[in-house]
Ligand binder design. Structure first.
Ligand code: SF4
Ligand code: SF4
Length: 106
């Protein structure tokens, strides 16, 4: 199991969650952050610090955002398991449906 970052993170990416993660498994794409499903240790530390409540335990992802559970898996298809987001840095990519979302208004 893992935690998942859903739609409210898109175009916000304030990175508050990254500071809390003890295993550095929250990776930055172009329009949202992605939690590595194999590297996450389910500690839950990231969830309460998200200012827009974008982070959910996998079983608790709202139905309307179910696609984001798969997004946080598919994002790592090409990356594998780097074992740490800070050394990877920002990744110039997003899963396709996230890339295709209209820009979020401020
Ligand atoms: S639940 Fe813990 S290990 Fe998983 S992404 Fe959040 S802070 Fe990192
Ligand atoms: S704290 Fe929330 S909005 Fe900020 S980067 Fe993390 S998931 Fe995205």
């Amino acid at each position: 199991m893992t935690y998942v970052i859903a739609e409210p993170c898109v175009d916000l990416l304030d990175r508050a969650c990254i500071e809390e993660c003890p295993v550095d498994c929250i990776y930055e794409g172009n329009r949202k952050l992605y939690i590595h499903p194999d590297e996450c240790v389910d500690c839950g530390a990231c969830e309460p610090v998200c200012p827009v409540e974008a982070i959910f335990y996998e079983d608790d992802v709202p139905e309307e955002w179910a696609a984001y559970t798969k997004a946080d898996v598919d994002f790592f298809d090409d990356l594998g398991s780097p074992g740490g987001a800070s050394k990877v840095g920002k990744i110039d990519n997003d899963v396709q449906f996230v890339a295709d979302l209209p820009p979020k208004a401020e």
